[in-house]
Design a binder for this molecule. Structure first.
Ligand SMILES: C[S@@+](CC[C@H](N)C(=O)[O-])C[C@H]1O[C@@H](n2cnc3c(N)ncnc32)[C@H](O)[C@@H]1O
Length: 318
């Protein structure tokens, strides 16, 4: 098996399509990683053999496998300027994403995203907000991250929307930029009560909307800056929110989000909110086809247990 795997890598890199097909027919492993941690697909992509890339994908080669330096076959194709191979890989990724999304939506129909969390008690202390299982919903150490998000979404001024109040870290930072309006959506009754008790309801430019964002969409308008950071939701909820962005975000507006979904255990759905590193800025109105440095990152998050987004601002496919 190992021998055929090595041969497949070599043939793929050489663009020997007939040999690749013959080896696949003989049962060579299309998911094989050679001693350098590269798959046959990566070899073909690196050298721009689009026909071999296609054949390998049709044989089930994993388009989102990563090399030891965290590069996918798509990255190799793009980095080496092989547009055709890149397009083939990108299409494979989009198709997989559509299928995975459909499966996730079906699975979600039978589940309750954050119902339990919203019905249970939460507790506040000086430096954290905890759910009823003593899991941290939000912690004070995240303040600098929240300040950076606030800075990004307020950079154009105007009307700002924040989904998920938590400890109010991002909202406190947003207030420092004196937005024209500052709308906050919060779904947990106790968090909402605490917001009112601490005077958030009396601020001139603040509008609080109590409820799940999914249920209050009709009360939302268009904003210059949007931040999204909920708790206890699924990847599919985030994706659903992203689908509303073209309407919610004004042209030229800035969207940023924080979630920990990417560090969650593998599987299509992430029932708990894992607050691992994940911080990205995204503006669909500024996104150009060539400005997609890591088109596979968003998809990879669905499948890989160890994957996490980088904290550097980057674009993503929705
Ligand atoms: C991680 S905290 C937000 C922390 C906030 N960014 C900060 O700076 O303190 C998540 C918040 O989202 C709220 N939340 C969870 N699901 C929600 C939903 N579907 N709609 C609106 N808010 C939600 C939670 O009650 C919680 O207050």
């Amino acid at each position: 098996m190992e021998k055929e795997g090595e041969q497949l890598c070599e043939a793929a890199g050489n663009g020997e399509i007939d040999k690749v097909k013959a080896l696949i027919d003989l049962g060579a492993d299309v998911s094989y990683f050679d001693s350098n941690g590269l798959t046959p697909l990566m070899h073909a992509a690196k050298l721009g053999h689009a026909d071999v890339v296609k054949t390998l994908l049709e044989a089930g080669a994993p388009w989102n496998a990563l090399s030891p330096s965290n590069l996918s076959a798509g990255d190799f194709a793009m980095d080496f300027g092989h547009q055709e191979a890149f397009e083939v890989l990108l299409n494979a990724g989009i198709q997989a994403e559509l299928i995975l999304g459909t499966i996730a939506r079906e699975a979600k129909k039978n589940s309750d995203s954050n119902g339990n969390y919203l019905e249970d008690r939460v507790s506040f202390s000086e430096d954290k907000l905890m759910d009823s299982n003593s899991k941290a919903v939000m912690m004070a150490w995240e303040k600098p991250l929240m300040e950076a998000h606030a800075k990004a979404v307020c950079s154009g001024g105007g009307h700002i929307l924040n989904i998920g109040f938590g400890m109010g870290l991002v909202d406190t930072a947003i207030q420092q930029y004196s937005p024209v309006t500052h709308t906050i959506v919060e779904a947990h009754p106790e968090v909402y009560e605490r917001m009112l008790r601490s005077g958030w309801g009396e601020k001139d430019n603040v509008k609080i909307i109590f409820g799940r964002w999914q249920d209050v969409l009709s009360q939302l308008e268009s904003y210059d800056g949007i931040f999204f950071d909920t708790y206890g939701e699924y990847y599919e909820d985030l994706r659903e929110f992203h689908q509303h962005l073209p309407k919610l975000l004004k042209p030229g507006g800035i969207y940023s989000f924080f979630n920990g979904l990417c560090g969650a255990p593998s599987g299509l759905l992430f029932p708990k909110h894992h607050r691992y590193l994940s911080s990205r800025h995204f503006n669909p109105y500024l996104m150009k086809p060539k400005a997609r440095p890591k088109p596979y990152a968003a998809f990879q998050a669905i499948q890989s247990p160890s994957f996490h987004f980088s904290s550097s601002p980057t674009t993503s496919l929705l």
